[in-house]
Ligand binder design. Structure first.
Ligand code: TPP
Length: 642
């Protein structure tokens, strides 16, 4: 075992060059021959640190050499390096002074799992969602040009990220601008989180098989032998064209990029030479350039290389075996209940099809794919397309279910409005990870969907109070003839008993969980349970509290909410979503409309970024727990008395 083998159990930093690298300036002072060792140390350090905290392992290991070589050759941060998504950027973080920050990555007060402008001047652009890097880098390259600076901008993007529509829009524009100081580095490992999909992916990985190359050479030799001298030149040109035809560069050349590659993305010497050449090409006015690097996700750490899907995002693990702690037995996850219920419904109804945008594992649809492969669609990181594709399916009488994380549906807003809801099409949106998401932080919080969905005509918006209600809501959404969205949280359900039979719920009707006279708590989603506990606590103090499980953010059960508000004279709303424009706002609108003047307290997530951290703690600090709800009720009841 070499001292820098990731499998070695040396303490982090032993005998390391990394110790002396506080920034890329230090890296650039090293002789070229030592850069390879820096990359080796980065591999070891990433494995060791992530083994303790968890994080994005396989992607970060796959990009070590690319990131190190870019920082060595280019003048970062004056040359801008934009990482797509940012989940592959651990080597970048370590080279830019954040090694110790890894102790608390993704935790309260710790560094982010992604890149952020506020975290380092080397983080040229913040991200978390895929497909933005080329647009951002092009904007920077253009600004640099406007300002007459000598620098360049680079976007490092995966083959998964390249399936996003934005990436194509940006390539198209960059080609049109003939942006001379722009470099796109395509980190091609043939994987998104799951194996990458799509015609582009197949095109990029199209390689000449050895027998084919031999045959081509044979033909060429025979052919050239029969040529008169002056035709030799043309024949050689034809051979070149044939090679180009088979090279993945053709597509990028057609978009007016200079194509460099494919290059081996783990050979530091090759990468240094390639990027030095690229620099010279840029100086000669030969941009924009696309560098196509072939990499392996999980490179250098055997368990991750063998199973990059499992090691995309990991919990703490044992380095030697790669073993992660088995998840504690617990109630089924919301994701699991969604997937099982969908499979069950789809087996009975051939019109049901399932759509994911590159998240088959995360949404649970991998199970659907195994059971009903012909009715499963992974469209790539293409949420906009996923939604309009669903709209098209619905036009023809299918019942598409698009399972998209709350945060990623943001990207497809106009498709939800314009393509689905305005035409009242029968599409179901299953919004996983709605609410606080924990370690992924601000870019991934599922907090805005209630606000951005409840304004859209025709759309039904619901949230289950537990996993049992989720199964009924899915049946309800699919049975409903128009568009419907269900938002449900990350993680395990509450362990409630599951009804054996599915039922459809009356659309727009809430559920009275507990009656009371002094105040009413109206909760959307799983916070109905702490609301019930708070009501029980308050009852012991002699305060009688009604609790309503709203079920629907839209249409709102105005009749029940208004009646209870009038009777109790004090209202508290509770939701795990952004306060502004949210469910509490909907209740306030309804009460104002009905002329009810009762005091109202809306418990929701305030208008500021919620960073990575422990969701239970965060909920408590926002007053979205039993104590917070009980306090809000007491305050509101006191306001009524004044
Ligand atoms: C808009 C959006 N949809 C989905 C995701 C979830 N996601 C995070 S990383 C990833 C795969 C990225 O693949 P690739 O760009 O090839 O990078 P690799 O991990 O293979 O290095 C996906 C789908 C996301 N970040 N953003």
């Amino acid at each position: 075992m070499s001292p820098h083998d990731p499998n070695s159990r040396l303490p982090v930093g032993t005998g390391s060059l990394l110790e002396a690298i506080a920034s890329p300036e230090d890296l650039r002072r090293l002789p070229r021959e030592q850069v390879k060792r820096v990359a080796e140390e980065l591999h070891a350090e990433i494995v060791q640190r992530v083994s303790r905290t968890g994080g994005h392992l396989a992607s970060s290991l796959g990009a070590v050499e690319l990131i190190t070589a870019i920082h060595y050759v280019f003048d970062t941060p004056r040359d801008r390096l934009v990482l797509d998504v940012g989940h592959q950027g651990y080597a970048h973080k370590m080279l830019t002074g954040r090694r110790t920050g890894f102790e608390r990555i993704g935790q309260e007060q710790g560094i982010s799992k992604f890149l952020r402008r506020s975290e380092s001047p080397y983080d040229a652009f913040g991200a978390g969602h895929a497909g933005t890097s080329i647009s951002a880098a092009l904007g920077m390259a253009r600004a640099i040009q406007h300002q007459g600076r000598p620098n360049v901008a680079l976007a490092l993007i995966g083959d998964g990220g390249m399936t996003a529509g934005m990436a194509f829009e940006a390539l198209n524009h960059a080609g049109m601008l003939q942006q001379k100081n722009l470099v796109v580095v395509l980190n091609d490992n043939e994987m998104s989180i799951s194996p990458n999909v799509g015609a582009l992916s197949s095109y990029l990985s199209r390689k000449l098989s050895a027998p084919m190359v031999r045959r081509m050479k044979g033909w060429a030799k025979e052919f050239l032998g029969t040529m008169p001298g002056d035709m030799l030149h043309w024949a050689q040109k034809a051979e070149e064209s044939l090679k180009v035809f088979f090279s993945p560069g053709l597509l990028f050349e057609a978009l007016a990029f200079k194509y460099v590659g494919p290059v081996q993305g783990h050979r530091v010497d090759v990468l240094l030479e390639t990027f030095e050449n690229v620099k010279e090409m840029l100086a000669a006015g030969d941009g924009p350039i696309l560098v196509h690097a072939i990499t392996a996700k999980g490179h250098g750490y055997e368990p991750a290389e063998r199973d990059p899907l499992t090691y995309h995002g990991v919990t703490p693990f044992e380095i030697e075996s790669g073993r992660m702690a088995p998840s504690k037995p617990g109630p089924p996850s919301y994701t699991g209940v969604f997937a099982q219920t969908l499979i069950r419904l789809a087996k009975e109804d051939p019109r049901i099809v399932a759509i994911t945008a590159a998240m088959p594992g995360g949404t649970g649809l991998d199970r659907f794919q195994r059971e009903l492969p012909s009715r499963f669609y992974d469209v790539g990181i293409a949420e906009q397309h996923a939604v309009t594709f669903a709209a098209g399916l619905a036009v023809e009488g299918m019942k598409p279910v698009a399972a998209i994380y709350s945060t990623f549906l943001q990207r497809a807003y106009d498709q939800v409005v314009h393509d689905v809801c305005l035409q009242n099409l029968d599409v179901t949106f299953a919004l996983d990870r709605a609410g606080l998401v924990g370690a992924d932080g601000a870019t991934h919080q599922g907090l805005y969907d209630v606000a951005f969905l409840r304004t859209i005509p025709n759309l039904v918006v619901m949230a289950p109070k537990d996993e049992n209600e989720l199964q009924h809501m899915l049946a309800t959404a699919i049975a409903h003839p128009g568009p419907a969205a269900i938002r449900y949280p990350r993680g395990n359900g509450l362990g409630v008993p599951m009804d054996p039979d599915l039922k459809t719920l009356p659309v727009g009707e809430s559920e009275l969980l507990r009656d009371g006279d002094d105040a009413v708590v109206v909760a959307l989603g799983t916070l109905a349970h702490p609301a019930l506990e708070a009501a029980a606590e308050l009852a012991a103090d002699g305060v009688s509290v009604a609790v309503v499980n709203a079920r629907f953010a839209k249409p709102l059960d105005v009749a029940r909410i208004v009646a209870l508000a009038k009777r109790c004279g004090a209202v508290v709303t509770v939701e795990e979503a952004a306060a502004m424009g949210g469910f509490g706002g909907a209740v306030l609108e309804a009460l104002a409309e009905a002329g009810v003047g009762a005091p109202v307290k809306s418990l929701a997530v305030p208008d500021r970024l919620i960073e990575h951290g422990n969701p239970a703690k965060q909920l408590a600090s926002l007053g979205l727990d039993v104590a917070g709800i009980a306090n809000a009720v007491r305050e509101t009841v006191a306001r009524k008395a004044r």
